[in-house]
Design a protein around this ligand. Structure first.
Ligand code: XMP
Length: 327
């Protein structure tokens, strides 16, 4: 009989046994997985944990504030924010290949943590010479399986929190969600008393908007995609559909242009793809039949409010054969 209270008690024991009196850092991504993983570790070892939030510049609108203000207010967890947007964007310059992007983002993520670790040790006045040796990861069971780590399944995409890790990594991983599915993680988050806004949040990939721009990632394109994504999320919420869809990636086809007409002029802009999906665990998914009037409203708003976007298209592919993300 599955019960969140039992899983929490069991994981707290495991975490204490693994970490002992050691120091641990956790990355917060803004999503439910890392938030619940960190809260579990905090419950187990308290202030031995410091959370690090990397603003990699690939976040959605308002996500940084939600982590820095809402999550910290709810948990009392100690948080350090690292502003690394410029580094990530310059490392991604000229790169269009999806696996290349994932590897770069995964590598920079770990490097950023290593720098944060060094800074934390140096800045800590009461440092006893014991380095931070543990890193929390919100890896779920489906991530493990899809990266070939669980069952010998083929490597479909190198998830940046599993397969994309560089070999010179110096942390020992703490992965308290490794055997769990998403709905179980949400139940645990609720049991831990995390705010509903965090617990009910839809999944968002670690590599962020970097894998939702088909083509090179630039600051301008990120800004554009951020606006379109915020419109889609606001309209889905207003329509009361947040709990009905699993997630809705919004993808910018940066390497594609099509001809359009707006006002009295010809346009030559980019398409935005809507990818609303229904799913139980992200292993398989179907495309969500959103109401036509909602789709029309989203399309009108995006083409009117987002510069350089003149077309909105709907992805009607299930998984398989499509994956949920485009890259
Ligand atoms: P795919 O595209 O493989 O996505 O069907 C399945 C689920 O995983 C999310 N996703 C990721 N999550 N790191 C993550 O933490 C990643 O690198 C990553 N790539 C995809 C995706 O949003 C979907 O929920």
């Amino acid at each position: 009989d599955w019960n969140p209270g039992n899983v929490i008690a069991e994981q707290v024991e495991r975490i204490r046994a693994q970490i002992g009196t050691g120091k641990v850092i956790a990355g917060l991504s803004g999503g439910v997985d890392s938030a619940v993983a960190a809260a579990l570790v905090h419950k187990a070892v308290g202030d031995q944990l410091t959370c690090v939030f990397v603003d990699h510049g690939l976040l959605r609108q308002d996500e940084r504030r939600q982590v820095e203000e809402d999550y910290v207010a709810a948990t009392g967890i100690r948080l350090v924010t690292v502003d690394a947007a410029d580094t990530f964007i310059s490392e991604l310059a000229g790169v269009s290949d999806p696996e290349q992007k994932r590897k770069i983002i995964g590598r920079e993520f770990i490097r950023t943590f290593e720098r944060a670790q060094a800074d934390l040790i140096a800045e800590s006045l009461e440092d006893d010479g014991d380095p931070i040796r543990f890193l929390v990861q919100g890896t779920l069971y489906p991530d493990v399986v899809e990266s070939g780590g669980g069952t010998g399944a083929a490597n479909i995409k190198s998830h940046h929190n599993v397969g994309g890790l560089p070999e010179d990594m110096t942390f020992e991983l703490v992965e308290p969600l490794r055997t769990l599915f998403k709905d179980e993680v949400r139940a645990i988050g609720r049991e831990l008393g995390l705010p509903e806004a965090i617990v009910a949040r839809q999944p968002f990939p670690g590599p962020g908007l970097g894998i939702r721009i088909v083509g090179e990632v630039t600051a301008e394109r990120l800004e554009l995609l951020r606006k379109a994504d915020a419109i889609v999320r606001a309209e889905l919420t207003a329509a009361g559909l947040d709990s009905e869809i699993w997630q809705c990636p919004v993808v910018l086809l940066a390497d594609v242009r099509s001809v359009g007409v707006q006002g009295d002029g010809r346009t030559y802009g980019h398409p935005i793809v809507l990818r609303p999906v229904s799913s139980e665990d992200a292993m398989t998914a179907d495309w969500t039949r959103l109401p036509y009037d909602l789709l029309a409203r989203i399309s009108n708003r995006i083409t009117n409010e987002v510069e350089d976007v003149n077309r909105v298209v709907l992805d009607v592919t299930s998984k398989p054969p499509g994956t949920i993300e485009w890259e």
